[in-house]
Write a protein that binds this ligand. Structure first.
Ligand SMILES: Nc1ncnc2c1ncn2[C@@H]1O[C@@H](CSCCNC[C@@H]2Cc3ccc([N+](=O)[O-])cc3CN2)[C@@H](O)[C@H]1O
Length: 266
């Protein structure tokens, strides 16, 4: 892992604009709920299908690099007592706090995401009920640095039952070696036998978030599978999505999205 590369990444994130990032990726056209040919419904389907088995459950789920988004936690909230959000930037942690505390729609409006998740889960759950359930379970919002051997510092009492992460490791690693090391680091946060659900960008080299232009280490399906294999996981499921031309809107050069369900070997 190049220390200089990691420092450069950290500096680039100082101008990350959460609202611009949300606008770029979580409004139309990418957040179009009319068909699973669109990126956001595809991601929600991966998560809803995986949690529906009931196999992934426990006391604590940690979200690695939550960013300013909560959609990735919607299907998880039925299966864990405590959900821990984490991010490197205070501006992102503040976005999550704003959503948690907002009575009205002061924060980003996640209701279309919550309604879609309730619909595909098919339990007849009211979206307001799921929203309140997640807000109740989302008990901690912690600083994290995946490049540290102990990413949460001393904030973590014991390893979690499961980890989830969306678009983080590849977007904060200057190279493949750093990506592998970051995966090794966050694996210390997971109990043996615990499950790790990761969603990420395929073959992306940059993305925009307001004034910030962030570098991304391009990873292929094979790269991701190799990283999990090398770090003591059994891959349970792997799905990929090709970005259709109408979703290539200039905010990044992402070619596709991967979803991996991996289990840490006991
Ligand atoms: N050292 C660090 N440790 C942990 N987290 C860190 C660190 N540094 C920054 N962070 C934290 O990690 C970041 C996570 S956001 C990364 C965005 N990834 C790229 C973007 C994502 C995206 C989303 C949706 C769709 N789609 O089509 O639907 C496509 C794409 C493709 N482009 C950010 O929260 C930062 O604050």
């Amino acid at each position: 892992m190049s220390a200089a590369g990691v420092t450069a990444v950290a500096e680039s994130y100082q101008s990350f604009n959460p609202r611009a990032y949300l606008q770029n990726n979580y409004t139309l056209p990418r957040a179009n709920f009319t068909s699973e040919e669109y990126a956001v419904p595809w991601k929600l389907r991966c998560l809803a299908d995986t949690f529906a088995t009931g196999e992934i459950r426990g006391q604590t789920l940690i979200d690695i690099g939550t960013g300013p988004t909560i959609y990735q936690l919607l299907s998880a909230c039925d299966y864990f007592e405590e959900i821990v959000a984490t991010d490197y930037l205070e501006v992102n942690r503040a976005e999550i706090r704003c959503w948690l505390s907002s009575k009205s729609s002061v924060g980003f409006d996640w209701s279309p995401f919550i309604k879609h998740t309730c619909k595909i889960e098919g339990k007849g759950e009211a979206w307001e009920e799921k929203e309140q359930k997640l807000k109740k379970k989302l008990k901690k919002i912690l600083p994290i640095d995946v490049h540290q051997p102990t990413p949460l510092g001393s904030s973590l009492s014991e390893p979690a039952d499961a980890l989830i992460s969306a678009f983080c490791l590849e977007a904060v690693s200057p190279d493949r070696q750093s990506f592998d090391q970051a995966l090794r680091n966050v694996t210390t946060l997971l109990k043996p036998g615990g499950h790790f659900l990761m969603i990420g960008a395929l073959e992306e080299s940059f993305y925009l978030a307001g004034e910030a232009k962030l570098s991304v280490v391009p990873v292929t399906e094979l790269d991701v599978k190799e990283s999990f294999d090398k770090n003591g996981y059994r891959i349970r499921d792997f799905r990929s999505y090709s970005m259709p031309p109408n979703l290539m809107i200039g905010v990044d050069d992402v070619k596709g999205i991967f979803f991996v369900h991996a289990q840490k070997l006991a």
